[in-house]
Design a protein around this ligand. Structure first.
Ligand code: ZN
Length: 216
């Protein structure tokens, strides 16, 4: 068996990345997998679903996302009263681009953990070695309470200036595409762009001062 994508242990299974639940059953061509050890193949399907539900709610996504929301996310909300009430209890009226909308509080640490996991797996798949960096995730789709961007929002905007130059990869582009760029000279200094459902982007930025990896 190959070694694990996160550590030097031998792998005992394979992990799908992004998780299978993000992909409608008719859009699962050559899903990406990586080898994982016992520690790193922990069952995170509840967290995966949580993130999938939030991402598919974005109104900037494509029809595949809307269909998947009604097919899977809505049912998943109905099955988990905890998630629904967590959102309902934190609903607020907000004004966003002069639209009246509702906002809710997000468990960002839980959310980012899933996103980082995907990033580590994609890196291992592409380069064949473990991404030995702590990672930060930034997106313009999740707003702070005052409706400003997250703490890396400026970096997100800067990196996104040349999106057209990126050669996005992904065999199910309606669900997921990604691209790496060099972000420095060290073999770990790459940044990763990920795009879900053609509308929900992330930049994953490595912390250059770190030389370890962690989902947390
Ligand atoms: Zn491992």
């Amino acid at each position: 068996m190959a070694k694990c994508y996160m550590c030097d242990e031998e792998s005992t299974s394979v992990e799908h990345s992004p998780p299978k639940s993000f992909f409608p059953t008719d859009k699962r061509t050559n899903l990406i997998t990586v080898p994982a050890c016992k520690t790193h193949n922990e069952d995170t399907s509840k967290d995966d679903e949580y993130v999938r539900n939030i991402i598919t709610m974005s109104i900037e996504n494509n029809q595949t996302s809307i269909d998947h929301f009604f097919d899977k996310s809505l049912r998943s909300f109905q099955r988990s009263p905890g998630l629904t009430s967590a959102i309902r209890n934190s609903l607020k009226d907000v004004s966003f681009y002069k639209l009246n909308a509702k906002s809710f509080q997000l468990d960002r640490p839980r959310f980012d953990r899933v996103i980082r996991k995907i990033a580590y797996a994609l890196f291992y798949k592409k380069y064949g070695y473990t991404w030995e960096r702590l990672l930060a995730a930034t997106t313009n789709q999740l707003k702070m309470e005052d409706m400003t961007n997250d703490h890396l929002g400026d970096l997100f905007e800067t990196l996104s200036d040349d999106l057209n130059e990126l050669k996005l990869k992904g065999e199910n582009p309606l669900v997921f595409q990604y691209a790496f760029i060099d972000f420095g000279i060290d073999k770990n200094d790459k940044a990763l762009f990920m795009l879900f459902y053609e509308g929900f982007p992330f930049w994953i930025i490595p912390d250059k001062t770190s030389n370890q990896n962690s989902f947390d």
